[in-house]
Write a protein that binds this ligand. Structure first.
Ligand code: ARG
Length: 459
């Protein structure tokens, strides 16, 4: 009986009008499920730090902190198995976890929020989740780059008409096309890493954004949670909420734009009119009326998802730009934006890797597409080799375009050997970049999981 009353008092406010409550809670009841594990990890670190604070009368003893950590491990398990839920009157994951802990631990559960606000609590949860999402996405990104390199490798030196303005331009190869896209994708790791570095800072201990009159050891939670450092200024820590999400969304939008261009090339080159690439039949969808259709819907949806992620990024920036300093509830809406963006990017990376693994090049059709004009620049350069100044050679060819002969595309691509052109693609370089990116993401994921397990001793 006593315990039940105690639980009731931990719910922040039971005087809120139900419609207002529903509107303010928004999607948190479902979105916050993704944060349960990180929320419990943050609480375990916070309570451990509280138990180590040098006070005449400790807020929680070391033995109590151990009990909380043990109970938190069970909470994670119970939420994952549907034995616990976030309720509308909890408002969010933070109050749900506190409610469950209080039901199970009584007064000890009521102590876990000492010196903390939901503002720094949610900021920690979101940063831990973003670190996890970024590292997983980096692994998936490396796998896609690897699939593209494999496609390039198995197509060997198949000549492909290189295009500018979509018009036939110069001799190229399928390998150059595939590894060119792989390199663009790998370069996106720079943006992802910038987002990772911003997420990898600990805001815990900033409380509502102004600190608390308790000797919190903020460095200790930074260490326990495995962050690279603490966000020093408490007010700054509260304002960084949302900024991190927006930076991640900017990296995700940029990456999606790159993936969308890959999808567009695949759509074009697998059109019957081009016929350079073949998509497996089972990756194409049919029409309800036209029996002959095998459509690349999956790739069209990559384009539409790119537009959506750009929209999410715009929503995040718009949400932030006019908001006053300190916590404002607007920030809650950033959560769904980054979660949706990360989920879209991660599925898209996986689906594209599958599609690319299934793609094959039609060497005959690729060769047949070489019109005499594609060799025009090579012809002019041969004149240069014989001593004609470039501009004269250019005009000689341009004035006699009708006299250009058809040439052997294989010979043409063999003649291009400098760094990064048809014969100068360093596959080992991509292999090394992919391996190191995948390894670095895996190592950091391992460290994140080690910190989680050390705090919660999950099974
Ligand atoms: N669900 C809230 C969010 O995501 C938690 C923080 C609430 N803080 C507050 N001061 N109302 O932002």
């Amino acid at each position: 009986m006593k315990r039940k009353q105690a639980v009731k008092r931990t719910i922040t406010d039971n005087t809120v009008d139900p419609d207002i409550l529903a509107y303010t809670v928004g999607d948190d009841v479902t979105l916050d499920r993704q944060l349960v594990v990180w929320d419990c990890m943050g609480t375990a670190a916070h309570v451990t730090m509280l138990s180590e604070m040098k006070l005449k009368k400790p807020v929680v003893t070391k033995a109590e902190a151990a009990d909380v950590r043990k109970a938190l491990a069970k909470v994670v398990d119970d939420f994952s198995k549907g034995r616990c839920e976030i309720r509308e009157d909890d408002q969010d994951v933070h109050m749900a976890v506190e409610r469950v802990l209080t039901e199970r631990l009584g007064d000890l559960g009521k102590k876990i929020h000492t010196g903390r606000s939901r503002n720094d609590q949610v900021a920690v949860d979101v940063r831990l989740d973003m670190k996890f999402q970024i590292l997983e996405a980096e692994r998936e990104l490396s796998a896609l780059a690897s699939a593209l390199c494999r496609f390039g490798g198995r197509s060997g030196p198949v000549p492909l008409v290189g295009r500018t303005h979509l018009q036939p331009a110069m001799p190229s190869t399928v390998e150059m096309w595939a590894t060119g896209h792989a390199e663009m994708i790998l370069d996106q790791l720079e943006n992802m890493e910038a987002a990772y570095r911003l997420a990898d800072l600990n805001p815990l201990g900033s409380a509502a954004g102004y600190g608390v009159p308790l000797p919190l050891d903020r460095g200790r939670t930074t260490e326990l949670l495995g962050f690279s450092r603490t966000v020093h200024n408490c007010f700054g820590a509260s304002m960084a909420r949302g900024e991190c999400e927006a930076s991640l969304l900017s990296a995700l939008a940029q990456l999606m734009a790159v993936l969308s261009r890959l999808a567009e090339d695949l759509i074009l080159f697998s059109m019957p009119e081009f016929g350079y690439f073949r998509l497996p039949r089972e990756y194409c969808t049919g029409s309800s009326i036209m029996p002959q259709k095998f459509n690349p819907d999956v790739l069209e949806l990559v384009r539409s998802k790119a537009a959506q992620v750009l929209g999410l990024q715009t929503a995040a920036i718009s949400l932030l730009h006019a908001m006053p300093g300190g916590y404002n509830r607007d920030l809650q809406d950033c959560k769904g934006l980054y979660m949706k963006g990360a989920a879209i990017v991660r599925t898209t990376l996986r689906i594209l890797a599958k599609v690319v693994d299934g793609v094959s090049a039609d060497a005959e059709k690729c060769r047949a597409a070489f019109t005499p004009g594609v060799f025009a620049t090579d012809v002019a350069l041969r004149k240069v080799a014989r001593g004609t100044p470039w501009r004269d050679a250019y005009h000689d060819v341009r004035d006699n375009l009708g006299q250009l002969d058809s040439e052997d595309p294989d010979d043409a691509v063999k003649a291009k050997n400098h760094e990064g052109t048809c014969g100068g693609i360093d596959m080992k370089l991509y292999g090394a970049r992919i391996e190191s990116a995948a390894k670095s993401a895996k190592t950091r994921l391992g460290k994140l999981m080690d910190s989680l397990h050390a705090l919660l001793k999950l099974g």
